[in-house]
Design a protein around this ligand. Structure first.
Ligand SMILES: Cc1cc2nc3c(=O)[nH]c(=O)nc-3n(C[C@H](O)[C@H](O)[C@H](O)COP(=O)(O)O)c2cc1C
Length: 148
């Protein structure tokens, strides 16, 4: 039984590092956590896990003032699932404007997610402090799932 699914897209690896730390933080909550790189995964292969998860966390860099293309596709495919009432969170690395996470936040709200925190944004590569914030976000999601 999967509790939390963390999905992300990354080109130069920064959002990927954040995603790993978010997943580690959620696993500290002793939940079953899955991590998927959207550029290397096929939606249909983990669709069932998305449906059974209590929380879905989405990571995206900002590219040309928008979320990554794979994240856009993922969000539209999630519209075919019943995700209403699940917990959600958003994170991502950016360079200068960083609006992609807010776009994803809005779309997840429209899908009926209950977002557990404001989007976590980090400029370029996360440092130790940034990774700690990512683990904290994962743990916050885990606590919600456990009803704490
Ligand atoms: C083609 C391209 C377009 C980008 N556009 C933006 C942008 O519009 N706003 C922004 O804040 N950062 C922008 N960036 C910077 C990236 O968001 C930043 O490098 C980020 O750390 C990349 O995350 P990743 O390593 O997970 O791919 C852009 C980077 C590239 C390569």
């Amino acid at each position: 039984m999967v509790d939390v699914v963390v999905v992300y897209s990354t080109r130069s690896g920064s959002t990927g590092k954040m995603a790993k730390a978010v997943a580690d933080g959620a696993a500290e909550g002793e939940l079953d956590v899955k991590l998927y790189d959207l550029r290397r995964s096929i939606f249909e292969d983990f669709k069932g896990e998305l449906e059974e998860a209590r929380a879905i966390v989405v990571g995206t860099p900002t590219h040309n003032y928008m979320p990554a293309y794979e994240v856009e596709i993922f969000l539209s495919k999630m519209g075919e699932l019943n995700v209403r009432g699940k917990f959600g969170a958003v994170f991502g690395s950016y360079g200068w404007s960083g609006e992609a996470v807010y776009d994803v936040q809005r779309r997840m709200r429209e899908l009926g997610f209950e977002l557990v925190a404001e989007p976590l944004r980090i400029v370029e590569d996360p440092d130790e402090e940034g990774l700690r914030k990512c683990r904290e976000l994962g743990l916050a999601v885990a606590k919600k799932v456990k009803g704490e």
